[in-house]
Design a protein around this ligand. Structure first.
Ligand SMILES: C[S@@+](CC[C@H](N)C(=O)[O-])C[C@H]1O[C@@H](n2cnc3c(N)ncnc32)[C@H](O)[C@@H]1O
Length: 270
């Protein structure tokens, strides 16, 4: 049984209550600060000002990033990894902070969405990627290379991940695809580990962590999204197996068998 802790408040306040070194993996999908008058996006084929919500407008984004990243690093286990998603609006800030905090940058993963929304203006390229920083406290960190290879059909996995944007399951404007989070959790943690998501949103990380039998700590500042996340995470029924999304299961029976065998091996040998 997974232990799920979901809390409604500012993540920096809540992070301060977590004991140092107690979290195995962190996935953070923070405000990218792309809402507001300066950025535009496409909605129903029309150009509109980008508005993800008030939570996405932060006056000093770099200072905010530095504060939460520092707290995350304090709570991260010595062999844990932090995975932070972003676009060009926030990844330079995150990259500078990771270097400043002397962290080991494990990888920058490029997530390519082949089906990303088209661009209506003709003055630049259509955005279809996000970047995910992976960092650790030292060069000794947990990483499941074998599972990565298995997911990639037996070939070494590269840092370019082609995963389509999926139809949202909730009304949250920036819900991440479960397929992406599944991959992140499978590569960065073991069953029984604790995953933290300081910006839980609609609860995608919690849903996937629970399915994959990890413990989960999630923080969310908006009561509306908090409720959505709570309902979504509690609604998941576990059928007693190592479970992934139906889609992934159908796509990759071989992966399921491999991970089940691995889980049995782990439980017999620990
Ligand atoms: C990019 S979204 C995360 C989406 C999430 N990955 C999902 O799949 O639904 C960021 C979320 O962080 C929340 N948030 C913003 N500032 C926060 C803060 N200081 N503490 C906790 N949550 C915050 C927002 O309300 C928003 O739901």
């Amino acid at each position: 049984m997974s232990d799920i802790k979901l809390q409604l408040r500012h993540c920096i306040e809540l992070l301060k209550k977590i004991p140092s070194g107690s979290v195995n993996q962190i996935f953070a999908d923070p405000p990218y600060n792309l809402s507001g008058a300066t950025f535009q996006t496409v909605q129903s084929g029309k150009m509109v000002t980008c508005d993800k919500g008030d939570w996405d407008i932060i006056e000093d984004i770099h200072e905010f990033n530095e504060t939460w990243v520092k707290e995350c690093i304090r709570v991260l286990a010595d062999d844990g990894t932090i995975w932070i998603s972003g676009t060009l609006h926030n990844h330079p800030s995150i990259g500078v902070i990771l270097k400043k905090l002397n962290l080991w940058i494990v990888n920058d993963v490029i997530w390519f969405k082949r089906n990303a929304a088209p661009l209506l203006s003709k003055n630049r390229l259509a955005l279809s990627t996000e970047l995910i920083w992976i960092a650790s406290k030292s060069k000794k960190y947990y990483f499941d290379y074998d599972t990565a290879k298995m997911i990639n059909g037996g070939k070494q996995m590269r840092n370019l991940w082609e995963i389509n944007a999926e139809r949202h399951k909730t009304s949250h404007p920036t819900e991440k695809p479960e397929t992406l989070i599944e991959r992140i959790i499978l590569l960065g943690s073991k069953q029984g580990d604790t995953i933290l998501d300081p910006f839980t949103g609609s609860g995608t990380t919690g849903v996937v962590a629970k399915r994959l039998k990890r413990n989960f700590i999630g923080f969310e500042i908006s009561p509306v999204y908090f409720e959505i996340a709570q309902n979504r995470i509690n609604g998941i029924s576990i059928n007693g197996k190592v479970v992934y999304s139906e889609k992934l299961l159908q796509q990759d029976e071989q992966l399921r068998m491999f991970l089940e065998e691995k889980a049995i091996y782990h439980s017999v040998n620990t």
